[in-house]
Design a protein around this ligand. Structure first.
Ligand code: ADP
Ligand code: ASP
Ligand code: MG
Length: 418
């Protein structure tokens, strides 16, 4: 039997009624002759609640126990989905990650999938089971502890299963009917794309478009998984939604394909550090060891004898997710106490956001950065940090201007037009 993977996100399993609606869709695919692997997220809001419990209990939590807590939301929906399908006379059972077993690295809270054995589930398909419901987002480490795959990780579970089972398609059911030129919730002119290239989707996802987890796009690209994003709320035919595909399979190609934003950024500045070889390695090595995901970096101009310091000193500014600020502060303070680093102060600003424009066409088009900066300046938005790559430009700005910046850029690059 051909295998189909169907993933239902948090809003699509938010209530028993929604689970029933999702199960009906699964039933339709079973009736077409598929063996279906259903990947479920936790009910919407559930994971946030669990993360909140952990952070309140232990601000610099042990990630192994964080995983033990936050993985639990998916256990509930997996069991409920299997029960719902059974009530509809569709032979189904649930699997938690460890039962598959979906083996991951030991990088708790942000683990990578290493292996998905297929024998166990295939044996059940062989016995007449029609649907394997698997709890998304979770796995088991080589040490035998429960891991999670990072926020939004059920998308990655789904794509990994599609690759492991050589599925005909991986359908990601969510609360929007596809991938848009930007988040339709903050820009009403956002336009749904019929197709988007893997590389553009990868950039959009990594720059904050949470419609797909970044790693799920990476995996789909590597294993040539046919990946589709569609709505679980609307009736959809087989051609609906957005197909994430190779660049060559897209006719229309604009210089800028989309605008992404990330609200949860913080900007930290290490004030007066020595300007010497090895200083960046010392700072960012310390942060990496502490599990802080540093994104943008700027080293300021060095000054001789600044504030009476002998030799050159400078400031180093970097950004990281806002919920990692405490971790960063502690790691740097510990390094200073241990004599590995010296700085006068660490200034943290938590009111910033990152806005990015993405497009494969930028490889060959000049002037995109200049245009982006002009648009922001016309709106009187100050740019604090800039980073670029071949196919994206990102800026860090004050958070209160984030939506305005996204809308202005969407207009300026005429993304509402096909
Ligand atoms: P799920 O719970 O189904 O995994 P998510 O909330 O993780 O859903 O992702 C879907 C959300 O992603 C949408 O509701 C939308 O607000 C947001 N989003 C951000 N950028 C985009 C985009 N470019 N296209 C579509 N949705 C986007
Ligand atoms: N429930 C997890 C989260 O909210 C995983 C997911 O939904 O993909 O991050
Ligand atoms: Mg998601």
């Amino acid at each position: 039997m051909p295998v189909l993977v169907m993933k239902f996100g948090g809003t699509s399993v938010a209530t028993l009624d929604r689970i029933r609606r999702a199960a009906k869709r699964v039933g339709v695919e079973v009736a077409k002759g598929y063996d279906v692997i259903v990947i479920v997220s936790a009910m919407s809001g559930e994971t946030n609640k669990l993360v909140g419990y952990v952070e309140e209990t232990s601000p610099l939590f042990d990630a192994r126990e964080y995983d033990a807590v936050v993985s639990s939301g998916e256990n509930v929906t997996a069991g409920l989905m299997a029960l719902t399908l059974q009530e509809m006379d569709v032979p189904a059972r649930s699997w938690q990650g460890w039962q598959v077993p979906l083996v991951t690295t030991g990088a708790h809270a942000n683990a990578r999938i290493e292996e998905i054995p297929t024998d166990n589930i295939n044996a059940k398909f062989g016995e007449g089971m029609k649907v394997a419901v698997v709890a998304g987002f979770q796995g088991i480490s080589p040490e035998g502890r429960i891991t999670t795959l990072g926020r939004g990780g059920s998308d990655t579970t789904a794509v990994a299963f599609a690759a492991a089972f050589d599925a005909e398609r991986c359908d990601i059911y969510t609360d929007v009917d596809g991938v848009y030129t930007t988040d339709p919730r903050i820009c009403e002119k956002a336009r749904k794309l019929d197709r988007i290239a893997f590389e553009e989707m990868l950039e959009l996802a990594s720059l904050g478009a949470k419609v797909l987890q970044t790693r799920s796009v990476e995996l789909a690209m590597r294993y040539k998984v046919k990946l589709r994003v569609l709505s679980s709320f609307e009736e959809m035919d087989d051609a609906a939604g957005t197909l994430v595909c190779d660049e060559e399979d897209i006719m229309e190609s604009k210089v800028v394909a989309g605008v992404a934003y990330s609200r949860d950024e913080a900007k930290l500045t290490l004030v007066t550090i020595e300007d010497r070889p090895g200083i960046a390695a010392a700072i960012f090595g310390t942060l990496a060891d502490a599990g802080v995901n540093v994104d943008m970096i700027v080293q300021n101009v060095s000054e001789e004898n600044y504030k009476g310091h002998k030799g050159g000193v400078t400031d180093m500014t970097f950004s990281c997710p806002v919920n990692q600020v405490k971790r960063a502060e502690k790691a740097l303070a510990d390094a200073q106490a241990a004599g590995a680093l010296k700085y006068d102060s660490l200034e943290a600003e938590e009111n910033v956001a990152k806005v990015s424009v993405v497009g494969i066409g930028m490889r060959s088009a000049a002037g995109v950065a200049a245009k982006m900066f002009k648009v922001l300046s016309d709106e009187n938005i100050n740019i604090q940090v800039i980073t670029t790559s071949e196919i994206k430009i990102s800026v860090l700005i004050e958070r209160k201007y984030m939506e305005l910046a996204v809308q202005a850029l969407h207009d300026a690059f005429e993304l509402e037009k096909a």
